[in-house]
Design a protein around this ligand. Sequence first.
Ligand code: SAM
Length: 284
Amino acid sequence: MVTPGILYIVATPIGNRADLSERARHVLAEVDLIAAEDTRHSGQFLAQLGIKKPLFALHDHNEAARASVLLEKLQSGLSVALVSDAGTPLISDPGYRLVAAVGEAGLSVVPVPGPCAAIAALSIAGLATDRFIFEGFLPARSAARQAKLAALVMETRTLVFYEAPHRVLECLQDMTAVLGAERQAVLARELTKLHEHIYRARLGELTEQAATDANMTRGEAVLVVAGAPEVPAGAERESLQVDKMLIALLPHIPLSQAVDLAAELSGERRNRVYDRALALKKTL
Ligand code: SAM
């Protein structure tokens, strides 16, 4: 089942250990070497499966250098599996530099698919899944987070975010401020674990709930947010885009800064955006 010189990208559970596929277990038991984000964590996981293999640390800070060592091992005929702490490697986890290097060297990279928190959250969110975008983690600082969200105001595809528990509330607050309180959203917490909980509400309600219910901001979380409604094409769409950006930005940053940002993002002339901002400011 395992072939020499191949790199296997192996998904592991995001909580429930029974989600490890039979194929994943088999590959992990058969390869010569396992590259892991955190060798202590993965060592414990493998020990529970009764698997003992040489482990090789590969994380964000050493990936570039370590990838060439792993490449040599693959070229010498060893088979290697890459795992992350949980879920699918490379998805908000290390590994893409290694995969690129192995691909460029003409060697095979084989996926062993399985759990992924973003896909698990989408599968139960009940929001449109025909098209979605994965934004991973938003910036930790509020100003940078709001700017990133402002750039997504017109995005019509469903939005998927990862978030650390201690930032869930402030992230929801910024989403409500920038994307609007009315967007339908889902907070998927502790998926596949004992305290799995799915909260479905509009962004404004979710934020209010998170401010009073401490459970909502505990454990691991994925946020899924409905995309912006489709709007008419042409000039009407452009002016609506500018309005939406300004409505999101004006309460938080100085008018001239909001105008600069909206003009840059929309491609509209600055003086037109400025006039619109002055008119909107009176109504906000
Ligand atoms: N590679 C992983 C995957 O395939 O989902 C993601 C790794 S990323 C470093 C960790 C983030 O994934 C967490 O902060 C959380 O946002 C999300 N996550 C991981 N496990 C989760 C779970 N059981 N329930 C909800 N979110 C989870």
